[in-house]
Design a protein. Structure first.
Length: 146
């Protein structure tokens, strides 16, 4: 038996659907697995790009709520190590707060990253970016967030 309602009307059916969704999800959706490259972490402190900063802070609120599983690699830490002391400390605290899982940069990752450069998928100057992309690909994540 279905309910046909006009615009703006609601009924107990809406409440029932919400409660059912909490108990049983027929698709059993899993949390998306996201690789967060260094610029994502940096945008939390981008006072010169307020729209990006606000969007990033909202994104991190979703992460805090458990909407996503997040990942990084040693490439993120290598890039952070090049920042000023103040920025390194801020970024390190942010990483510690959100505790992303750190993925390995293994031989398969390095080979794929090199292929991205050799094949022109990414420009030669984008060595770190090719590693970020390769880590996300090799470890079968759902998306690379940049």
């Amino acid at each position: 038996m279905g309910y046909f309602l006009g615009r703006g009307q609601s009924c107990a059916l809406d409440s029932w659907r919400r409660n059912l969704a909490k108990l049983w999800n027929p698709i059993q959706m899993r949390k998306p697995k996201l690789y967060l490259e260094t610029s994502v972490w940096n945008f939390c402190f981008a006072d010169d790009a307020l729209d990006r900063k606000l969007a990033t802070l909202q994104f991190f609120e979703q992460i805090k709520q458990g909407t996503y599983d997040i990942f990084v690699s040693e490439v993120v830490f290598q890039e952070i190590a090049k920042a000023s002391l103040e920025k390194r400390e801020s970024l390190s605290l942010l990483l510690a707060k959100h505790q992303p899982e750190q993925l390995d940069v293994n031989e398969e990752v390095l080979h794929l990253a090199n292929q991205y450069l050799v094949q022109g998928v990414l420009p030669a100057r984008a060595k770190a970016d090719s590693k970020h992309a390769a880590v996300a690909t090799v470890h079968q994540l759902d998306a690379l967030i940049s």
